[in-house]
Design a protein around this ligand. Structure first.
Ligand SMILES: O=c1ccn([C@@H]2O[C@H](COP(=O)(O)O)[C@@H](O)[C@H]2O)c(=O)[nH]1
Length: 234
């Protein structure tokens, strides 16, 4: 089932059972789901089948980063399992992203292909330690332009960069933004954060929300509060 909701709930759980327990409380008309490294490494493709069987569109967030041929094969494998969205690291470079794009196109696979720019857990000091001396916003913009020119459908960035990317790349270029923190949630390890309503106003096309919902005492109440916040600014 496709949904008009921008919400993508991150199922960061250590077992298939725990993930499905949460999925069974959610509604595919109200959100998409994200499967990341922890859950996929534990469960393998079974989780995709189980979530698809429940009617959810799935973002497989494995952030592929390898040589072009390897990434192209991985992206094809993901798309052939029917996922709605898959991602690579923009830092893998133009040839890697182009190879992934070409592989999906050659096989007529319509899975959205996006690239991670700068992880939302990173601040300027973290970038400096790995030799990047520009601000996170500048690095995001640089990688987003490269991703767009390499045929990506959009990027993962923080909502703090969404407005600039909307100006540079337009509305149709996807801006998938983790680091979403409603006023009631702790930042945790996220550095570049924004509230759901502010993120949408800034130009995010999709909001990735994990712990503020999945670790809440009342996950459904937390989700409803986020939806209410979004509806209020609609
Ligand atoms: O830059 C990035 C890229 C991916 N993520 C992923 O999004 C969720 C966020 O979860 P929260 O619990 O809401 O922090 C998580 O699965 C990350 O792996 C990201 O946070 N930042």
């Amino acid at each position: 089932m496709s949904t008009a909701s921008p919400l993508i709930i991150a199922l960061d759980y250590p077992s298939l059972d725990a993930a499905l327990c949460m999925a069974d409380r959610l509604d595919p008309a109200r959100c998409r789901l994200k499967v990341g490294k922890e859950l996929f490494t534990r469960s393998g493709p079974d989780v995709l089948e189980a979530l698809h069987g429940r009617g959810f569109e799935v973002f497989l967030d494995l952030k592929f980063h390898d040589i072009p041929n390897t990434v192209a094969g991985a992206v094809q494998a993901a798309a052939e399992q029917g996922v709605w969205m898959v991602n690579v690291h923009a830092g893998g470079g133009r040839r890697m992203m182009e190879a992934a794009r070409e592989r999906l196109d050659r096989h007529g696979l319509s899975t959205r292909l996006i690239a991670v720019t700068v992880l939302t857990s990173m601040a300027a000091e973290d970038l400096a330690e790995v030799g990047i001396t520009v601000t996170p916003a500048e690095q995001v913009e640089r990688l987003a332009m490269l991703a767009r020119d390499s045929g990506m459908d959009g990027v993962v960035c923080s909502a703090q960069e969404a407005q600039r990317l909307r100006e540079r790349c337009g509305d149709a270029f996807l801006k998938v933004t983790p680091g979403i923190r409603p006023s009631f949630a702790a930042a945790g390890d996220q550095q570049r954060i924004m509230t759901p309503a502010a993120a949408m106003a800034a130009g995010s096309t999709h909001l990735v929300v994990g712990r503020p919902v999945t670790q809440a005492e009342e996950p459904m109440a937390a989700l409803a509060a986020i939806e209410a916040e979004l509806a209020a600014v609609d």
